[in-house]
Design a protein. Structure first.
Length: 548
């Protein structure tokens, strides 16, 4: 019965796609591979949870990272978040060593020649708090990207001074949330030209509580009380104000693992999605600056089988090129891929061929991006055990173009054949500006890995950097549509997606064999519509919002 049901679901799913999408691509020749270039690039980051033994949910949550062009030289730099040492929670730190000098976040400057230099101390961003995540955006519209770090304890906002250094402005900005924040997202929810900040908080961790099922090694998320998230409105003068209750997003029992924002209903304002741990997810629909949780109503609160999964890092992207943003969420079960049909979401994870593979892993970071530049977005997932220092392989799914995905992990480089790491956060971006998307992975209690995409640029591509004028400077929230021959795609400018991390805010499109984009249309957050025609492929294009 189950086998027949899956077959029927697959047929229904495939037939439901537009004919332009349901042309299955059969060739798997010359697929790109990902090469571990960490050592040769000079990146030497090793994550620590401040302990020898994994003994609590705090230590197991891990950390994230971010791609950021902090020095505005056109090359993506890397910010990596680390854990810390907490007396009374971690085992005693080794005698003669200072955790403040060893455990801190790192910033690596891209030298533009394939190598990186650790510039943490000179830049002033080596936070020593118990780090969770990072999000990047130009919150004060001065043209330089800033960094917000989420911690177990007080968060930190680093303002970019534009000269290679940052200043901690947390107190004056009013965003030092002292709960257990795991992730955050910058977005302009009221389209006033200034980026607001949504902070996802996890739970009220009590290190003294030790009742648990012995094989789990420590208590799980439902053993603790949840915490409310916080929405900060940007006042436009460098300060923020807490509008959580006023905006309708106060939910004291939430257990956020990661958050993201996107205009899922295509009405011109950005909505909020909160991936919660071991309970239902939240989808806050933006109704003119006031939000309504419509997750249950639209089918994204629970999995296909009505389970409250341990959701991790959510990502909105259009997987079927039908003009609507779909939603992918890794979790501790079978993962969830929700297809947006314009009215509601349908869980198509099993029909898409993802559940069968993911059910063997514990998944954390997920990215929906076109790794082979064929015009159809693929999926990467980082994996690692949640309660023990057990390693798991990461996964790469290739979009077949007919509503299904193929596991091409073993065809995509030796990195995917080794179970050597305990994956957590990951960021995605073209760090070498060669036209294909690379991956930076944070592994819990182990070395971070930089994976260079080799071969994705054999197909054509276009990367777009948006500069807002009336809209926020980054253009976050801008909806971009491209048409290249019979290939149509949409994407949205955003930051803060996946697990505890922030991706390259430039929007990347794979174009297949098309050497130009016939039509490029941008709907800016201000409402301005901008159109470009006959845009040449294989370039990084900066588009500035017109003044009128």
């Amino acid at each position: 019965m189950l086998k027949n049901r899956v077959v029927i679901l697959c047929l229904v799913f495939i037939l439901s796609f537009p004919s332009s999408y349901a042309q299955k691509r059969t060739t798997l020749q010359n697929l790109p591979i990902f090469v571990d270039v960490t050592k040769q690039t000079g990146i030497n980051f090793v994550h620590s949870f401040g302990d020898k033994h994994l003994s609590s949910i705090l230590e197991a949550t891990g950390a994230g990272c971010a791609f950021i062009d902090y020095d505005l030289d056109g090359d993506l730099d890397i910010y990596a978040v680390n854990g810390s040492y907490l007396p009374g929670i971690n085992d005693p730190y080794p005698k003669g060593k200072d955790p403040k000098k060893e455990l801190y976040n790192h910033l690596y400057r891209n030298n533009g020649d394939g190598t990186f230099t650790d510039v943490t101390h000179e830049a002033g961003v080596g936070d020593t708090g118990y780090g969770m995540g990072a999000v990047v955006a130009d919150y004060n519209n001065d043209g330089a990207p800033d960094i917000y770090v989420t911690n177990y304890g007080a968060n930190v906002l680093y303002r970019n001074n534009g000269d290679g250094t940052f200043t901690d402005v947390t107190t004056e900005a009013g965003v030092g949330d002292t709960l257990w924040a795991v992730h955050a997202v910058f977005f302009d929810y009221d389209n006033d030209g200034y980026l607001d900040l949504y902070v996802g908080n996890y739970l009220q961790f009590d290190p003294e509580y030790r009742y648990y099922f012995a094989p789990d090694a420590f208590p799980g998320p439902l053993d603790y009380t949840g915490q409310p998230d916080v929405l900060y409105h940007n006042n436009g003068d460098g300060t923020f104000v807490d509008v959580t209750k006023k905006a309708g997003v106060y939910n004291p029992e939430g257990r956020a693992m990661s958050v993201t924002a996107a205009d899922y209903d295509n009405d011109g304002d950005m909505d909020i999605f909160v991936a919660n741990d071991a309970m239902e997810n939240y989808l806050y629909r933006n109704d003119g600056g006031v939000f309504t949780n419509v997750a249950l109503e639209l089918g994204v609160a629970l999995s296909e089988f009505g389970e409250a999964t341990s959701s991790m890092g959510p990502t909105f992207e259009d997987i079927d090129n039908d003009g609507d943003l779909d939603l992918f969420i890794p979790d501790m079960g079978y993962c969830c891929l929700y297809r947006n049909d314009g009215n509601e979401f349908e869980d198509v994870t099993a029909a898409a061929g993802i559940s069968e593979v993911c059910g063997q892993y514990t998944s954390w970071a997920g990215a929906v991006f076109d790794y082979d530049n064929d015009g159809y977005r693929d999926i990467f997932i980082s994996n690692g055990d949640a309660h023990h220092l057990y390693t798991e392989e990461d996964l790469l799914f290739r979009n077949n173009g007919d509503g299904t995905f193929e596991d091409v992990s073993l065809k995509s480089g030796s990195y995917f054949t080794k179970a050597e790491y305990i994956g957590r956060g990951a960021a995605f971006g073209d760090y070498d500006n060669d036209g294909d998307v690379d991956i930076f992975v944070i592994n819990m209690n182990g070395p971070a890995i930089l994976l260079r995409n080799d071969g994705g640029n054999r197909n054509h591509w276009l990367t777009i950097r948006t500069v807002g004028t009336k809209s926020n400077r980054d253009g976050i929230g801008a909806r971009i549509q491209i048409v290249a021959g019979d290939l149509k795609q949409i994407a949205e400018v955003k930051t803060g997606a996946g697990y505890l991390s922030a991706n390259d805010s430039r929007v990347h499109f794979g174009l297949g064999k098309h050497i130009k984009v016939d039509l490029l249309k941008i709907r800016w957050p201000s409402g301005t519509i901008q159109t470009l025609k006959n845009v040449k492929a294989d370039q990084i294009l900066t588009v500035t919002e017109p003044d009128e």
